[in-house]
Ligand binder design. Structure first.
Ligand code: PHE
Length: 452
């Protein structure tokens, strides 16, 4: 099929509506849901944070996802081309697309390193976790500080990502999303049932996640909730523009955005229930930060055995893989659509370049001064993309849809001009941009009422 290789003007398209929904959900559900959401919820004290996060998903995430899908489906091309097509050739708005391509490149470079650790832990789980708690926890340090091992797993993970994206939309991304996503739901459902009924921590986990303690509600928590809503829904970098561009006319963008956001949220909460049930069962503290999954959980897995830990890390790896393919697809689609490269060449060259940059993140001992501290590249790239690049990308997308694009294009893709449409435009004009500026100023340490 010529279109699948990008060698003809006809582009790829999702074969079915379900295929699109699963692929977009696959992009959204990733390390953000299973690794990051539980640990930041733990750090910020539980229920109140979860509630804030839900508000952010509704007020910022959902409107922005609808906006990106509108731009993608109306433009029927990559993020850079879509802004040119909808606005005009050489339009300044294409900068938003450029920023997205650069964000996709940079995020995937470190995302693949963390996903590689998850692959490594599948094999560590099969071998079994043994010894004292300290010995088990120190395995993580050993893995991370051994560049050859870390780079090997990064190589395997990038190889898998490239292999899927080379296959194109239908035969690569859609086909694999249809296999990996149901497997992920099943694995997580099993683990959640284990947490709820197989441990004594289920009740406490539910209370921790769903009963808000208002004293824990701080401005810092609110800004983190907002930043996370953004990252977890794959927004601000053109992933939903790109996936939207392979959509056929007809399906309701609003309905699809609600389904994807809802599934993403449900999965994060299920992961929270599964993980915190185990944490409470063993009488541990929930605020374990970044080490929650790779250091704390393996100590618990020493008791449960591989039948809990293997599915857990397989789940984490699947989730990471379906997100990684969307990150690579944004970059590849730019070279295929704008520059006319064949898909195979674009995927191999760009995937290869991302892989090489990723080695910087895998070399944790390489540090540079950044914001007054010696830091590794993984932390620096994570910080720059999450705090600057994604909020700026989201802000520009929001401004474009709220104030620049013609009402006829917007309402046609939205599917109506009813009350819901008017409220969306209102939120995009006045609420979403202010929230995004707050995240950005916070990242720049410029918010007047915060202490830095
Ligand atoms: N949403 C993904 C996650 O939660 C990360 C991601 C961000 C993927 C941006 C694509 C684009 O892990």
């Amino acid at each position: 099929m010529a279109s699948e290789n990008g060698s003809s003007t006809k582009r790829g398209q999702w074969a079915s509506h379900l295929g699109f929904v699963l692929a977009a959900t696959g992009s959204a559900i990733g390390l953000g849901n299973i690794w990051k959401f539980p640990y930041i919820t733990g750090d910020y004290g539980g229920g109140a944070f979860v509630l804030l996060y839900l508000v952010c998903v509704i007020l910022v995430g959902l409107p922005l996802m609808i906006s990106e899908l509108i731009i993608g489906r109306a433009g029927q091309t990559n993020p850079v081309g879509a802004f040119q097509k909808l606005h005009k050739e050489g339009s300044i708005w294409q900068v938003t697309g450029w920023l997205g391509v650069a964000s996709g490149f940079l995020i995937l470079s470190f995302y693949s390193v963390i996903a590689g650790w998850s692959l490594a832990y599948i094999f560590k789980s099969i071998a079994g976790f043994e010894g004292t708690a300290e010995a088990i926890q120190s395995q993580f340090g050993t893995l991370v500080t051994h560049p050859t091992e870390s780079i090997m797993w990064h190589t395997i993970f990038m190889g898998l990502t490239i292999a899927i994206v080379i296959g194109g939309i239908q035969r690569g991304i859609e086909r694999w999303s249809k296999i990996l996503m149901p497997a992920l739901f099943a694995l997580l459902f099993g683990l959640m049932c284990y947490g709820l009924f197989g441990t004594n921590g289920g009740k406490q986990a539910l209370a921790f996640l769903f009963v808000p303690d208002w004293s824990k509600l701080t401005a810092e928590a609110a800004l983190s909730a907002l930043g996370h809503a953004f990252f977890t829904l794959s927004l601000g970098m053109g992933a939903m523009i790109t996936y939207g561009s392979y959509m056929k006319r007809g399906a309701s963008i609003v309905k699809d955005a609600i389904i994807v956001s809802l599934l993403d949220t449900v999965i994060a909460l299920m992961a929270g229930v599964a993980i915190f049930s185990m944490v409470f069962h063993y009488g541990l503290e929930p605020g374990q930060s970044v080490g929650l999954i790779f250091k704390t959980l393996p100590v618990l897995f020493a008791d449960t055995g591989p039948w809990v830990s293997v599915p857990f890390f397989v789940l984490l790896s699947f989730a990471a893989l379906t997100s990684a393919i969307s990150l690579l697809e944004v970059v590849v689609s730019y070279f295929v659509d704008q520059r006319g490269w064949p898909r195979v060449k674009a995927t191999l060259l760009l995937g290869g370049a991302i892989y090489v940059v990723g080695i910087l993140s895998a070399m944790v001992s390489w540090t540079v001064m950044f914001r007054g501290k010696e830091q590794g590249f993984l932390d620096i790239f994570d910080f720059i993309t999450t705090n600057y690049m994604l909020p700026i990308g989201g802000f520009l997308t929001c401004l474009y849809i709220a104030w620049v694009v013609s009402d006829s294009v917007r309402s046609q893709e939205f599917g109506s001009k009813d009350k819901l449409y008017k409220s969306l435009v209102f939120v995009l004009k006045y609420i979403t941009p202010i929230a995004l500026i707050a995240v950005l100023l916070h990242g720049l340490e410029l918010l007047p009422f915060m202490e830095y």
